[in-house]
Design a protein around this ligand. Structure first.
Ligand code: BTN
Length: 254
């Protein structure tokens, strides 16, 4: 906690040198009553997880692999919006840390020059239609030289070090992210959602206005990304001019 000025996030810190996935331990702790703001962080993940069942490359001492336990008293329907709120905090933090503008790719990737340097994996537990807890997993590639990425992701991944040209202390990255996230999280809880943060999300986004392909659980949709609504849902214009809402997807630019 040295140097950390937050009062909620990181109140309690659980550190492991190596772990399967910080999201797994955070879920276990959350189910056993860990307090809100508990931070689980590891130097290395053996089974780091990405969205849609993918692996997340998490080599030792070179990134920030962490998960936060949150307990917002909100309806389940608002849970997905925490990812967009977190993306704003990350875009602000990573821009400050590198001096280079970071962009948000809907819903949850932070990119520099079209290459991903950070992802968010939100997992939740609900009781009836209320959020019981959220596990907010954040993975940031910090000091990974561009050449050290595995061949299959080398062309789509980057790190803060590669962007900035010099290494950055991981503790400083954690501190900056938590300090940016805490006020935004409080606002999200107070407002009961993403509403008032929507304009700021848009200011950081690199998705809207572009032609995209969205891979959803229901299939692939091609069109132009028009807007996001107050729930963070993506609105697409199809080639025939019709509009369609996308709740969850992986998107690619065409
Ligand atoms: C994605 O973009 O697919 C999400 C990547 C999320 C990675 C982080 S690293 C810390 C936490 N623990 C995990 O196993 N995954 C998340």
């Amino acid at each position: 906690r040295d140097g950390l000025s937050t009062t909620l996030l990181g109140q309690s810190i659980v550190y492991r040198e190596t772990i399967d996935s910080t999201n797994n331990l955070a879920r276990e702790l959350a189910n056993n009553g860990a307090i809100e703001g508990t931070l689980v962080i590891a130097d290395e993940q053996q089974q780091g997880r990405g969205r849609r069942g993918r692996d997340w490359f998490s080599p030792p001492q070179s990134g920030v692999w962490m998960s936060l336990i949150l307990r917002p008293e909100l309806p389940l329907a608002h849970a997905a919006q925490i990812t967009l709120v977190t993306a704003i905090a990350l875009a602000r933090a990573l821009t400050r840390l590198t001096g280079v503008q970071a962009g948000i790719k809907w819903p949850n990737d932070i990119l520099f020059n079209q290459k991903k340097c950070c992802g968010i994996l939100t997992e939740m537990h609900a009781e009836f239609d209320q959020i019981h807890h959220l596990v907010l997993g954040i993975g940031i590639n910090v000091n990974i030289p561009q050449a050290d990425f595995p061949a299959d992701i080398e062309h789509i991944a980057t790190s803060l070090q590669a962007v900035k040209g010099t290494p950055i202390a991981r503790a400083k990255v954690v501190q900056t992210v938590l300090e940016e996230l805490e006020p935004l999280y409080r606002q999200y809880v107070a407002d009961g959602g993403f509403g008032t943060l929507r304009e700021e999300w848009k200011a950081h986004n690199i998705t809207l206005g572009n032609n995209i392909i969205a891979h959803t659980a229901q299939g692939t949709i091609e069109g132009r990304a028009l807007d996001i609504d107050e729930f963070g849902v993506l609105l697409i214009e199809l080639p025939d001019g019709a509009h369609k809402k996308i709740y969850s997807a992986d998107i690619m630019f065409t």
